[in-house]
Design a protein around this ligand. Structure first.
Ligand SMILES: NC(=O)c1ccc[n+]([C@@H]2O[C@H](COP(=O)([O-])OP(=O)(O)OC[C@H]3O[C@@H](n4cnc5c(N)ncnc54)[C@H](OP(=O)(O)O)[C@@H]3O)[C@@H](O)[C@H]2O)c1
Length: 494
């Protein structure tokens, strides 16, 4: 499996690898990259491995989170001032819950939990699901299996490869073009790819010309790749617009399902048996192995109980709960959940880490005991989302992780705007949207001003002659080369 987004634009901004072996990196390369970044910044010393969080309860008395954890098999509790959820979108793989699944005696796996000892060569294999994962698994298994069946209960658009116009449509190639290795050249190369990803935003809107163009382009691309298999084209092309669900390039997928040893099965599954799968049309097929590319729990509810003031977000944010969806402030926090922050949560993107760092710095600097977004700010964000998403094709009748798998349902898996829009929206924390309590016993917000002495004053008075009082005086100002917009905003960091 490989990432269908170009590797050069799917890595940390602060640690660019300029030497990816393929424009679309394989899992092992991505793992090695992140291991290198972790080693470079020595982050392992902050991580407690082999630790499973069972629950988190807010203690109003202690103003702390009480975590019940299991470390190396031993249950214990831990107290923390902040709880930051970084459990991600797809961390809880979901096997389908068809009747009889536990009776199946062949090899059964979720594709995100691939068994490296399983050899599909010469076997009769079923793949369930046609999201980004299923479309990547099918062509690989079709090549080696005796017979491959693809169960796809929903139609889907197969898009061109991301940035395929510059990188080519075959995502399995090793790098052919020389990628510039000097900083200026590499950044220009990366910008060219990354700008393409950002510039696709207009196609998200209903009835937009760009969405109509995408539809025509994808229809033609799919027809070309399916050749004379018009029956497959008719079975796969959806009645919803492209980008309703995440676009999936699936290189080699359409070609694979036209092969003699492959069968596309749009019929819904009714049950599993000891030997295979039965579909609602009464057909039973037998398999040596069933690979479920059935995605993850995308309710975006927290994966373990997170309880404050009598509310547990785990059931509350799931369908059937109250409110039944992740009712978050900017995808970052929740009202009445103090000192609780979410990374990559509902309606979110990666720049949240900087946002969270700003909050933590302020909390430490200003003696803040608790911080939580206000109900009103959260309601206003919700109202914005509710007026925004219906204008986009994401609200059409398709099932996706944007809507938690509920076709036409509320969109909560993605930020309500473009990537650039999200970057600007979260550039500064809107402090007026939060409510605070303070460490100081009188609750005085200015207790942190202390006795009027800064640490530098104290050190200087104690005789330290090296104390720097004038960080705002910079050599470049003498040459007249300062940026007046930022000169007096960042001197204190020096
Ligand atoms: N960058 C990459 O290369 C890459 C690769 C893989 C994944 N990803 C990321 O991960 C996301 C998730 O991808 P994913 O493919 O793992 O999951 P997904 O997009 O959520 O797709 C899950 C698939 O399983 C099907 N499914 C779920 N439950 C089923 C059931 N009970 N019976 C039959 N079919 C069932 C769904 O059908 P319905 O649509 O009918 O519900 C859907 O086709 C992607 O959108 C992407 O963001 C990225």
């Amino acid at each position: 499996m490989r990432c269908d987004v170009p590797a050069d634009s799917y890595q940390a901004t602060f640690a660019p690898n300029t030497k990816w072996t393929s424009p679309y990196a394989e899992g092992a390369d991505i793992k090695a990259y992140w291991e290198n970044v972790a080693a470079k910044y020595d982050v392992r010393k902050y991580i407690q491995f082999n630790t499973n969080v069972i629950s988190a309860n807010w203690s109003p008395e202690k103003t702390r989170w009480i975590l019940e954890i299991e470390r190396d098999g031993v249950r214990q509790t831990e107290e923390t001032d902040f709880l930051i959820m970084a459990t991600g979108h797809f961390s809880t793989p979901r096997l389908p819950n068809y009747p009889g699944i536990e009776d199946y005696t062949g090899h059964l796996r979720h594709s995100s939990n691939w068994d490296p000892n399983f050899d599909p060569t010469g076997k009769i294999v079923a793949v369930i699901g046609n999201g980004a994962s299923g479309l990547q698994v099918v062509p690989q298994l079709q090549k080696v299996s005796k017979k491959l069946f693809h169960f796809a209960r929903s139609r889907t658009w197969i898009a061109g490869t991301v940035a395929g116009d510059v990188l080519g449509q075959d995502n399995t190639v090793v790098r052919t073009k020389e990628v510039p290795q000097d900083p200026e050249g590499y950044v220009a190369y990366r910008k060219n790819i990354e700008n393409r990803l950002f510039s696709r935003w207009a196609a998200t809107f209903k009835e937009s010309d760009t969405n109509k163009d995408a539809k025509t382009t994808f229809e033609k691309l799919m027809a070309d790749r399916l050749g004379d298999r018009k029956d497959l084209l008719d079975a796969i092309v959806p009645d919803f617009s492209p980008s309703c669900r995440r676009l999936t390039p699936g290189p080699g997928y359409l070609e694979a399902i036209t092969k003699e040893n492959a069968e596309y099965v749009p019929a819904r599954i009714s049950r599993f048996t000891a030997t295979g799968i039965e579909t609602v049309d009464g057909k039973h097929r037998e398999f040596d192995a069933i690979i479920c590319s059935t995605g993850a729990d995308t309710s975006f509810a927290v994966p373990f109980p997170v309880v404050a003031f009598g509310t547990d977000l785990k059931p509350a944010w799931r369908p059937g709960g109250t409110p039944g969806f992740p009712d978050s402030y900017l995808g970052i926090a929740a009202p009445s959940f103090p000192n609780f922050l979410i990374l990559l949560g509902p309606n979110a993107i990666e720049n949240q880490i900087t946002y969270v760092a700003k909050i933590l710095r302020k909390v430490r600097r200003e003696g803040i005991r608790t911080i939580a977004p206000t109900r009103k700010a959260t309601d206003d964000f919700r109202a914005y989302c509710e007026s925004f998403f219906p204008r986009t094709v994401m609200s059409e009748n398709c099932s996706s992780w944007y809507n938690g798998g509920i076709a036409g349902g509320r969109i909560h898996g993605i930020w309500p705007g473009s990537g650039t829009h999200a970057n600007f929206a979260k550039r500064e924390v809107r402090w007026e949207d939060w409510e605070y309590t303070y460490n100081n016993t009188q609750g005085n917000r200015f207790a942190w001003l202390g006795n009027g002495w800064s640490v530098r004053d104290v050190e200087s008075a104690a005789g330290n002659e090296d104390v720097e009082f004038t960080q705002y005086l910079r050599e470049e100002a003498v040459g007249g080369e300062v940026d007046l917009k930022s000169y007096h905003e960042d001197w204190w960091g020096a």
